[in-house]
Design a protein around this ligand. Structure first.
Ligand SMILES: Cc1ncc(COP(=O)(O)O)c(C=O)c1O
Length: 355
């Protein structure tokens, strides 16, 4: 049976939901998917109408270009359910802008705005029971595009598939995070694709991150590719440093992902009267601050964890531990951000988007 959602996207519903088989208390990030997915193909030079169908495998020719040349980009965002059962997205306009920035850099045709937002609304409305109430619970949304044309020619595809898949998530706690500052490997280069959410950026991090893990570190803090003297971002997070009472973060450039959480934290911190400096941060400065005990906090920011405090770092075989800080900036800012996301506090900046 086919029917239509309010927004007019055609929906082919599953015969029976699998929601009863899911243990929502013990979710591992990104492993359980909802009943449906949104698909939209690019053929004949245009994006066709999006459709919602039961979640299923897709079939591609082995020569599909995504497999050989990595022409693929994605976004990561969350839907939050409040105590009245209303569902909210957080600054989805920012994800949409970044989605098309990434697409443009990877020579993928940009995705129409109304399809993106109609698509998000329709799939989230349909899967609303998968978003559970309670702080930390969310429905993680993964819009992405892959190049589907069958051909080994190293050139942009003429066919693409856009999809949105949804995965229920619990609050993400990475445990005590210790990081290694990159001294030789790089995540991104000047003029490259670091600012895009290109699939290959993540694959390229796996090997150096594995080496760091073997030494007991969970993540790498990436430094600039030219000198390795300046701190840029960490794994799938942007990064903040607190020296005395000043919060520091690196400015965006073409190597760094322009994080939605990062820009929201800067705004919230300034609003709370915290002194924020967006400027180049030398490794040397952080090492010195750790040595003279003025380095109070380091934390990563991103959609998955919101804010992830970092307990210590290593640089040139030396390890540095962060002090335990009561009333941390990380704690205050995380609470302020989540209160907005879960419709608990006033939305002073107009960041919430109702589904
Ligand atoms: C490389 C990288 N940096 C930073 C972030 C944080 O961005 P956001 O706050 O938009 O999730 C992400 C996650 O999306 C990422 O993949």
């Amino acid at each position: 049976m086919k029917n239509n959602t309010l927004t007019g996207i055609q929906v082919t519903p599953v015969e029976k939901s699998k929601i009863d088989q899911v243990d929502f208390e013990n979710l591992i990030f990104g492993q359980v998917f909802t009943d449906h997915m949104l698909v939209c193909d690019y053929v004949d030079g245009e994006w066709q109408r999006p459709e919602i169908i039961p979640y299923q495998s897709i079939q591609l020719d082995p020569s599909a270009r995504v497999f050989h040349y990595g022409q693929a980009i994605f976004e990561g965002m969350k839907a939050y359910k409040d105590d009245q059962d209303d569902i909210w997205l957080f600054r989805p306009d920012e994800n949409y802008i970044r989605f098309n920035k990434s697409s443009k850099r990877l020579a993928i045709p940009e995705f129409p705005e109304d399809y993106f937002f109609e698509g998000l609304k329709s799939i989230v409305q349909l899967e609303k029971d998968w978003a559970k109430k309670g702080r930390g619970n969310s429905l993680y949304l993964r819009p992405f595009v892959i190049a589907t044309e069958s051909s080994l020619v190293a050139a942009p595809s003429t066919h693409y598939k856009f999809m949105i898949i949804c995965s229920p998530a619990k609050s993400y706690y990475a445990g005590e995070v210790r990081v290694k500052i990159a001294e030789s490997f790089s995540r991104a280069a000047d003029g490259g694709v670091g600012y895009a959410k290109a699939a290959g950026n993540y694959a390229a991090q796996f090997y150096p991150t594995n080496l760091a893990k073997e030494k007991g570190f969970q993540q790498i803090i990436w430094t600039d590719a030219n000198s390795h003297e300046y701190l840029e971002e960490a794994g799938t997070m942007n990064i903040f440093f607190r020296i005395e009472d000043t919060l520091l973060t690196a400015p965006n450039n073409d190597r760094i992902l322009d994080g939605v959480t990062r820009k929201s934290i800067i705004k919230l911190a300034e609003d709370k009267g915290i002194n924020v400096e967006v400027r180049k941060i030398a490794v040397k400065e952080i090492v010195e601050a750790a040595e003279n005990n003025t380095l109070k906090e380091i934390f990563g920011s991103g959609t998955a964890a919101v804010i992830n405090p970092i307990a210590g770092f290593s640089y040139k075989e030396k390890e540095y531990n962060l002090p335990h800080v009561e009333d941390s900036y990380a704690g205050h800012l995380k609470k302020a951000l989540m209160d907005i996301q879960y419709n608990i506090s006033e939305d002073k900046f107009g960041w919430r988007y109702k589904i």
